[in-house]
Design a protein around this ligand. Structure first.
Ligand SMILES: NC(=O)c1ccc[n+]([C@@H]2O[C@H](COP(=O)([O-])OP(=O)(O)OC[C@H]3O[C@@H](n4cnc5c(N)ncnc54)[C@H](OP(=O)(O)O)[C@@H]3O)[C@@H](O)[C@H]2O)c1
Length: 342
């Protein structure tokens, strides 16, 4: 599978590390607005073409070109995911787009519709769906019986916070780039809740804002009022200003699944109590290799098989997450310049 990457920053490096471990994958081209950065990335990862614009990459690597690309991987800031996914799909490429899928529901729907019309594969790069730890959670969930409560946590002090505090405005804290804790980290618990329990019926959110206008940390509460999970409440904690340290958990009357990280669970325990005794079963998993390795292998397999979306992380789930994040942003007071007028 031949990839072109839009962006050459942090996550593009992780992607290249995964490609180096996946024999079915190869990076053909990369973009950066800064020619020296594009060239440095290309040299470091043995990539044949370094472009300075998205347009150049899309026009140079069509199916009849000397060096065609199958899949465009969009690794640019959140605000560009929608327009770049649509441009790549319209140019005839399959698309893997970083999380969060889109800034708002209108944009998400336009992306899905474009993929359908173009007959191309489209998926949000939410790596957790393909992690062995999340597979273990899916297997273990039926053992809990009726679930009442989940607390899903993604808290991580941002490596860009010092730069922000010193007066610069990294994309991750810039409303014009679709930044903030909800969009960057809140997406992990929200996507996991939708993955395990489906679309919630009610969203209640609050958070703290930085001077830039995006949120630094907050809480999203998802209530399920109908169907299999009626009565379930999922509390999503997200933060870019604190280190975290609290486990995630999913609980029923007498059982709880407790796990270390809702992006890539590794330490997983099932606690069961009943008739006076307490038991803990270790369900931990070992993951091996690069951070994006499992996701990349699945994308290669899906595109090769002619699939147009992932069954494990389908497009309706990405749309549902965008809807939840948009409601949460509105309640928290995070507005992006591109938001539709209310
Ligand atoms: N899956 C994960 O675990 C994970 C982890 C981190 C981030 N992410 C996601 O990955 C995306 C990128 O984050 P990052 O941390 O890699 O950011 P980053 O380090 O700032 O890199 C972003 C890259 O995009 C380029 N870029 C900026 N504006 C662009 C535009 N208009 N068109 C094309 N390229 C543009 C940047 O600048 P130049 O053009 O100057 O090179 C840079 O190369 C975000 O959506 C984020 O949510 C995912």
């Amino acid at each position: 599978m031949r990839f072109g990457i839009i962006g050459s920053g942090f996550i593009a490096q992780w992607f290249a590390d995964a490609v180096a471990q996946e024999s079915a994958a190869q990076i053909v081209a990369v973009t950066s607005a800064r020619p020296e950065r594009a060239r440095a990335f290309a040299e470091q990862h043995d990539v044949a073409h370094a472009h300075t614009s998205v347009e150049d990459l899309l026009s140079a690597h069509g199916p009849h070109s000397d060096d065609p690309i199958d899949v465009v991987y969009i690794a640019s800031p959140n605000a560009f995911h929608g327009e770049q996914a649509i441009a790549a799909l319209q140019a005839g490429f399959h698309v893997l787009v970083e999380k969060p899928f889109a800034l708002n529901l209108m944009e998400a729907r336009a992306m899905v519709e474009t993929a359908r019309l173009a007959n191309r594969f489209l998926m949000e790069a939410w790596l957790s769906a393909f992690e062995p730890g999340v597979a273990r959670l899916r297997e273990a969930l039926p053992r809990l019986g009726r679930i009442h409560r989940a607390v899903l946590v993604k808290e991580q002090f941002s490596s860009r916070m010092s730069a922000y505090r010193e007066g610069s405005l990294p994309a991750t804290f810039d409303p014009a780039m679709g930044g903030g804790s909800l969009m960057d980290l809140g997406i992990y618990p929200v996507n996991l809740a939708i993955h395990l329990f489906g679309r919630p019926d009610r969203v209640t959110a609050s958070g703290q804002l930085l001077d830039s206008g995006v949120d630094s940390h907050g809480t999203v509460v998802l209530d399920y009022e109908h169907g299999e999970h009626s009565g379930l409440q999922v509390v999503c904690l997200h933060s870019k200003t604190s280190q975290g340290g609290v486990d995630s958990m999913i609980a029923s009357d007498h059982s709880a699944l407790v796990f270390d990280d809702c992006q890539w669970p590794r330490r997983i325990e099932l606690h069961e109590s009943g008739s006076g005794d307490q038991r803990t079963e270790n369900l931990s998993v070992r993951r091996r290799g690069a951070q994006l390795r499992y996701e990349l292998a699945e994308v290669c397999r899906l595109v090769r098989s002619g699939a147009h979306e992932s069954g494990l992380h389908p497009l309706y789930a990405s749309e549902a997450a965008v809807d939840v994040l948009s409601q949460a942003r509105a309640q928290t007071g995070v507005r992006f310049p591109s938001d539709p007028e209310r």
